[in-house]
Structures are given as structure tokens and as C-alpha cells.
Design a protein around this ligand. Structure first.
Ligand SMILES: [Zn+2]
Ligand SMILES: [Zn+2]
Length: 299
């Protein structure tokens, strides 16, 4: 009964883009208020927050334009070859909650490897650095993913997931609501420690370590929802009680740049490829190409 009401409720919001903007605005407002009550860091970066909100509006417009084209390309592939493993769930509240958990457990597995690859490959870091260039994490940081990263995620997370699994369970509205909620939740500037649940479910403290400026936390905690993937693949660093490190990049960007936020990866890649045409021995050019592909800001 409750779940049917919940599906109707989120379905109403996800019926059109205006509804998505409403739910996005509501979550941002609630997150912002929580951050005022019990902040993890002392800074309230209003200017970067406004930048993030303007940026998400722009990347939202890009996605709304491009996603139907992507779906037209991927839907026939998924219908023809997708859903190798068919998973069904029992009816009722328990089955519905289980379906959401299983969906995000699988989603997070693919996301884990994509996210880890972004921190391993210099070429992919160029796309991800915008997200990490946020100096003080806050409720809007979740919106600060490069528009190209969101598009690539469609191919490297959602497409392989739907090729392998067919999950009879959560509706698209429920999935988007939880995905959006979790993105906001883990980036909150909120001093909330999850206690015994810290290694079970993602949270503001667990993900804060991923954004930490300290070397000891680098390349740790790639999972967004279920930390078990970090545990299994050896990249977990559980936060200690009271551990709330500073966040951002060691090479600090000077403010926000629209040029970088919109075209950063293309500028980086162009510069790296341009290295090939420099007047220098081939071995030196090949060394420099890797260095130049490493994004505009170092970790
Ligand atoms: Zn990251
Ligand atoms: Zn993050």
C-alpha cells in the first residue's frame, strides 16, 4: 500500500522534466537546511553553490537533448540482446525494497569500476577532475559532474547492466529518486556518522574521505551506495570517529571557470595530442603526452 503510493508519488514528479526540477529543488533545499544545523566543515561556499546550480541547469539541458538520441541507439540493442539474467522479486513492500537494494547493488558494482578507472587513467581523470575540484563539499556538489561524465556513465554503467540483467522491480521514477537522493546525501556538508552502518551503506563521512585532500585517503572509497565493493576489491578506508578531513585537490583551482567546466576534457586531450607534433625526440613526446593528458589540476 505504502509502496504503491510512493511509486505514484515519484511517478508524478518524473512524468515531465518540470517535475524532475521540482524534486531536485526540494532535495537541495532540505540538504541546505540540514547543513546549516550540523555542518561537517565551517565554510558555506555560496558562490560555488550558485555556480553548481547554474552548471547543473546547463548540463541538464545537454542531457535532455542527447538522451533520447542515445536511447534510440541503445534500446534496440538492449531489446535484442539484453536481460541475460532475469531477476524477479516477491510482491509487496519487502519485495519492492529488495528490488531497489539489488538494483543499486548491481549499479554500484559497475559504477565502482567506472569510478576507479577515472582515478587510474589520466585520460579519464580529465573528465572527473571537475567533480573533485570542489573545495568545500556541499549539497550541490553532486550536481557538479562534467556533462560528458554523465553521458559516458550511460554507456559504461547502465548499458552493460541492462545487457546482463533484467530486473522486474523498481520503476524508473523510484530508481531516479533514489539515485538523486543518494548523490545528494553522500556529498552533504553534514556531520553525520553512521556508526555500525558505516561499512554497510554510503554516507557523508564515507564519501568525504574519497574527496579528502590528504594523501592517506587518495584512491579509496569509490563505491557510492554499497561500501562492500571497496571492501571486496581492496580500496576501502573506513572513517574513524570524528574524522572529517578537508576536501578538494592539492593543486587548488582559482575559483570556477565556465571554460573548464564545459570544455575542460577536450582542452586537456587536445593539448596532450598536440604533444605528438612537438619538435622533440619521440620518446620525450610520448612521455609528455601522458603527463599532459593528466587534466588541468593534480590530485
Ligand atoms: Zn572520484
Ligand atoms: Zn563525490
Amino acid at each position: 500500500m505504502f509502496w504503491a503510493w510512493f511509486e505514484d508519488f515519484v511517478g508524478h514528479f518524473f512524468a515531465n522534466w518540470l517535475g524532475v526540477i521540482k524534486i531536485f529543488g526540494l532535495m537541495t533545499l532540505i540538504g541546505f537546511l540540514l547543513e546549516q544545523i550540523r555542518p561537517a566543515g565551517r565554510r558555506f561556499p555560496i558562490v560555488p553553490m550558485v555556480f553548481n546550480l547554474c552548471y547543473v541547469a546547463l548540463s541538464f539541458a545537454v542531457l535532455v537533448t542527447l538522451v533520447p538520441w542515445l536511447q534510440a541507439f541503445t534500446n534496440p540493442i538492449v531489446q535484442r540482446w539484453g536481460g541475460l539474467v532475469h531477476v524477479q522479486f516477491p510482491a509487496g513492500l519487502f519485495g519492492s525494497i529488495l528490488s531497489v537494494c539489488i538494483f543499486f547493488l548491481i549499479y554500484d558494482f559497475f559504477y565502482y569500476w567506472w569510478h576507479r578507472a577515472q582515478h587510474t587513467s589520466a585520460w579519464l581523470w580529465a573528465v572527473h577532475e571537475l567533480h573533485h575540484s570542489e573545495r568545500h563539499l556541499n549539497v550541490t556538489t553532486s550536481a557538479r559532474h562534467h556533462w560528458l561524465e554523465e553521458l559516458i556513465r550511460f554507456f559504461v554503467v547502465l548499458l552493460p547492466m541492462s545487457l546482463i540483467f533484467r530486473l522486474d522491480g523498481p520503476s524508473i521514477g523510484v530508481v531516479f529518486t533514489f539515485a538523486m537522493f543518494f548523490g545528494y546525501f553522500i556529498h552533504l556538508n553534514l556531520r553525520l556518522e553512521l556508526g555500525v552502518l558505516t561499512g554497510v551503506i554510503g554516507g557523508p563521512q564515507y564519501h568525504r574521505l574519497h574527496h579528502s585532500i590528504e594523501n592517506q585517503h587518495h584512491n579509496r572509497n569509490f563505491a557510492a551506495v554499497f561500501p562492500i565493493w571497496d571492501r571486496l576489491f581492496g580500496t576501502q578506508r573506513l572513517p574513524l570517529p570524528g574524522e572529517w578531513p578537508e576536501t578538494g585537490l592539492s593543486e587548488r583551482p582559482k575559483g570556477n571557470s565556465w571554460r573548464h567546466a564545459l570544455f575542460g576534457p577536450f582542452i586537456t586531450w587536445g593539448r596532450a595530442i598536440g604533444t605528438l607534433y612537438e619538435k622533440a625526440p619521440l620518446t620525450r613526446r610520448l612521455t609528455r603526452i601522458g603527463r599532459n593528458a593528466r587534466g588541468q589540476y593534480r590530485r
